[in-house]
Design a protein around this ligand. Structure first.
Ligand code: NAP
Ligand code: HSE
Length: 419
């Protein structure tokens, strides 16, 4: 094992607690022989003889059959996996950043060596997603997929919406529970979900989708005020990953989204993730479960490990092989969707008329509006608009013009709305 943090310790505990059942399923006993870590002084619930800071010695040890990479980050995890594969070892990893950025190259090396490189835990924590996409759904032409792909941000948004929690307090709780990445900016700013969506797209659409081809926005600009307006208008705010194949191009995006309360994703709370996939033959399929945390993620890691061990016993590899050459990304400006816009305005005659005229001039039709006086002394009001579907580029043209109106104090926030 490379790494013995939240996921490493979860996997170690599962292998110990379910040892006999796993042995019966695999047909042989599994033994953890070395554990690589960074800090030799940290107290750990494991025989100290197993622990080393010399990770190279693990990936080059000829007695080891399988390496579990549970340390995270691109370096040195990537070169250690490469060394393990070069030495004939199968690899299981939970590392979404590495697979999103270098998965195709590493899968090619594994395929050339006839080895397994499995990464079920990289997307959706304990939810089986990669294997169903690789196998049971592989005959379908996937048309669209959409989901909540990050447990930390869903936990934060749920705590803010349901308990009025402060953003920072909810984030600290998510960190204490072991949900967050080593640098939680990755969760909050949408990078983690971007990596996961890139991996899902590469498998579902069978074309390499680099993370840079996935439009990314985080939840850092979401306020309790937006949540209150969303609630009033019949929505909840979720960080969604959405991808669709448009001709031979892919439009993939991660951003906070207003989701109607009756939508199945609106009820996915706390650390839970859910992914909806639409295939041409299967129709709609929904996967859900705990998207982060030591125990659920261990379930995915150990499941992959059992799969690898069964392959070793039958003398084959169940590898995916490298993704096919990538395709162009559809720019986000070409997206057609509904929008939410919250403005702080001077509460005086003609304000609403001037704003509505700009929307009309940009070919945008409005579907709902809410207005509140927020400071009668200073004549300040707050207006929220919902639009009908329109082009993203037209919406931004309208917002730019609205911002320049002298009666508009500020554009407080804007968000996309999913049907
Ligand atoms: P973590 O708690 O921070 O643990 C990381 C472990 O790796 C620690 O044992 C650390 O050593 C070791 N490590 C990190 N960098 C190292 C280096 N350069 N050299 C040697 N050892 C190093 O992280 P985690 O939450 O378990 O996450 C591990 C991986 O699983 C990441 O790729 C993450 O994205 C992925 N993942 C996490 C979750 C989750 O819910 N946490 C879910 C799915 C996937 P020390 O103990 O000495 O610090
Ligand atoms: N930090 C990640 C999350 C861990 O919160 O979803 C699971 O990949």
């Amino acid at each position: 094992m490379l790494g013995f943090g939240t996921v490493g310790q979860g996997a170690y505990r599962m292998l110990a607690d379910n040892r006999e059942a796993i042995q019966r399923k695999v047909g042989t006993a599994l033994e953890v022989v070395r554990i690589g870590v960074r800090d030799p002084e940290k107290p750990r619930p494991v025989d100290p003889e197993l622990v080393t800071t010399d990770l190279e010695s693990i990936v080059s040890d000829p007695a080891i059959d399988v390496v579990l990479e549970l340390m995270g980050g691109v370096a040195p995890a990537g070169s250690l996996i490469e060394a393990a594969l070069a030495g004939g070892k199968h690899v299981v990893t939970a590392n979404k950043e590495l697979i999103a950025k270098q998965g195709s190259r590493l899968l090619r090396i594994a395929a050339e060596q006839g080895l397994d490189l499995h990464f079920e835990a990289a997307v959706g924590g304990g939810i089986p997603l990669i294997q169903p996409l690789k196998h049971q759904l592989a005959g379908n032409d996937v048309l669209k997929l959409m989901g909540i792909l990050n447990g930390t941000t869903n936990y934060i948004l749920t705590k803010m919406a349901e308990e009025g929690a402060e953003f920072q307090t909810a984030l600290e709780q998510a960190q204490a529970a072991g949900f967050a990445e080593a640098d939680p900016k990755s969760d909050v700013e949408g990078y983690d979900a971007q990596y996961k969506l890139a991996i899902l797209c590469s498998i579902a659409f069978n074309r390499e989708v680099p993370p840079d081809n996935v439009h990314r926005e985080g939840i850092d600009a979401i306020t309790r005020r937006d949540m209150q307006f969303a609630e009033l208008l019949g929505f909840r705010i979720k960080l969604l990953g959405i991808a669709e194949s448009i001709g031979d191009r892919i439009l993939a995006r991660v951003h906070p989204t207003l989701v109607p309360k009756e939508h199945p994703l609106a009820d996915v709370r706390g650390v839970y993730n859910a992914v909806w996939v639409q295939g041409d033959f299967v129709g709609d399929v929904m996967f859900s479960g705990k998207g982060a945390g030591g125990a659920p993620t261990a379930s995915a890691v150990v499941g992959d490990l059992i799969d690898v061990c069964r392959n070793i016993r039958i003398g084959g590899a169940g590898n995916l092989g490298p993704f096919e050459a990538g395709s162009a990304a559809v720019p986000i400006e070409d997206l057609r969707t509904r929008f939410y816009l919250r403005l702080i305005v001077k509460d005086r005659p003609k304000t609403l008329g001037c704003i509505a005229t700009i929307f009309g001039n940009c070919d945008i039709s409005l579907s709902a509006m809410e207005m509140r006086v927020i400071d009668s002394g200073r004549n300040l009001g707050e207006i929220v608009f919902l639009t009908h579907p329109c082009l993203e580029s037209s919406f931004h043209r309208a917002v730019k013009a609205i911002k320049n109106l002298h009666m508009v104090e500020s554009v407080a926030n804007w968000l996309r709305v999913e049907q």
